[in-house]
Design a protein around this ligand. Structure first.
Ligand code: NAD
Ligand code: MG
Length: 385
């Protein structure tokens, strides 16, 4: 029996994780759940999975939840202390880190510092503070398993091979809903159109990141820290069918890939059960009816966010934290109708231009850069040009 904490249990990854847990009740037990919103869904999850501790972000939500659950329910905590307590709970073996955004960094670090294994969906944690997170993982001797489908594919394609034999990693990207749109057409796209991903059903922020291809940029940075390879050995191929989830090229020219239907339950389950595999009732991959798989180069002019992510990695230190923070603010502004789609990369570029990257020695520096990136992006958005 593995005891789990799920940070961000009401989101897309959180819900898929709980579906896997529900199908394997003899293998997993839920110790703690946390959510930032969607209290009704959290309450359903509490009744179903009976965690010992839960945490929400706002104190008023904690009060409302306690009242609604009545006596005999779990301990209900709030705020960052509540998230940390859920992650570091003494009975937890593994923490599923599935909060969206850099808000996941502190609780994920708390999990590592408390000696917990981590199943990491929250890529923004590695983008904001990758070297510090990996240093803590090594120091505490815990395991960090990727949930992101591309990184899970690379992890699986590395099994049984020598790391020194890797020539490069090839991350696949669907290209999102606007893969074929011309630059001029991208000016006009609406949040609703950007949220409609062709292959994956995900949370709002990552859906917009997929449309701008910042998601792939964040994943290049995530891969850089997770697999300890420099950016010039991490390539991106557009693969609209989302069947090949990523590949590893070895020095002898062999390329090993992991394939599957686009369903996050497969990589989530692998992170939960590694090195075993869980039986999942998913439709099989039917390559014959698919007929063909295609690949193309990404266009860095139309998808400037991908180029900006490589640029931030090149700048180093606190630059990726600023890239991520400015992106979070710009995506939110786009979703709220405050800026057009193509302003997202423009805001991030302007924030990076104003930033003087500092070395990343402590978590506080990452958090300060995150805050600075947010404030600067807001200022750029609110200042008429
Ligand atoms: P989501 O928006 O559906 O869910 C996010 C969860 O985090 C929710 O439970 C929400 O209540 C909680 N939350 C949001 N803001 C919070 C805050 N400030 N403090 C505490 N909790 C907060 O997001 P998602 O699509 O499930 O994505 C979660 C993470 O997994 C992201 O980092 C995303 O990039 C990554 N990821 C998602 C997918 C996917 O298919 N959805 C695939 C790969 C990676
Ligand atoms: Mg991914």
């Amino acid at each position: 029996m593995k005891n789990l904490a799920i940070l961000g249990s009401t989101g897309s990854i959180g819900v898929s994780t709980l579906e896997i847990v529900a199908a394997h009740p003899d293998s997993y037990r839920i110790i703690s759940l946390t959510a930032g919103n969607n209290l009704a869904r959290l309450e359903e999850q509490i009744r179903r999975f009976e965690p010992l501790t839960v945490a929400v972000v706002k104190p008023e939500d904690a009060r409302a939840l306690k009242k609604s659950l009545g006596p005999g329910g779990p301990e209900v905590l709030c705020g960052i202390e509540g998230l940390i307590a859920c992650a570091a709970h003494s009975e937890v073996h593994m923490v599923v880190s599935a909060i969206v955004g850099a808000a996941g960094l502190v609780p994920t670090m708390a999990a590592i510092e408390a000696g917990k294994d981590v199943a990491l969906a929250n890529k923004e944690t590695l983008v904001t503070a990758g070297p510090l997170v990996m240093e803590a993982v090594a120091r505490k001797g815990v395991n960090l398993y990727p949930v992101d489908s591309e990184h899970s594919a690379i992890f699986q394609s590395m099994e049984g091979h020598r790391k020194g034999d890797i020539r490069r990693l090839i991350l696949t990207a669907s290209g999102g809903p606007f893969r074929k749109k011309a630059l001029a057409e991208l000016r006009e796209v609406t949040p609703a159109a950007a949220l409609a991903h062709p292959n994956w059903n995900m949370g709002r922020k990552i859906s917009i990141d997929s449309a701008t291809m910042m998601n792939k940029g964040l994943e290049v940075i995530e891969a850089r820290w997770l697999f300890e390879l420099p950016a010039d050995r991490i390539a991106v191929h557009i693969h609209p069918q989302s069947i090949v989830h990523s590949m590893v090229e070895y020095v002898d020219g062999s390329v090993i890939a992991q394939l599957g239907i686009p369903d996050m339950k497969t990589p989530i389950a692998y992170a939960l059960s590694y090195p075993e595999r869980l039986t999942l009732n998913l439709p099989p991959l039917d390559l014959c009816s698919l007929g063909s798989l295609t690949f193309e180069e990404p266009d860095l002019e139309r998808f400037a966010c991908l180029a900006l992510a490589y640029e931030a990695l090149h700048l180093g230190g606190t630059a990726p934290a600023v890239l991520n923070a400015a992106n979070e603010v710009a995506v939110d502004a786009f979703l709220n109708g405050k800026i057009p789609f193509l302003e997202i990369p423009a805001v991030i570029r302007a924030a990076l231009e104003r930033h003087q990257p500092q070395p990343l020695m402590h978590i506080e520096e990452a958090l300060r850069a995150d805050l600075w990136g947010r404030e600067t992006a807001r200022l750029i958005i609110d200042t008429p040009s």
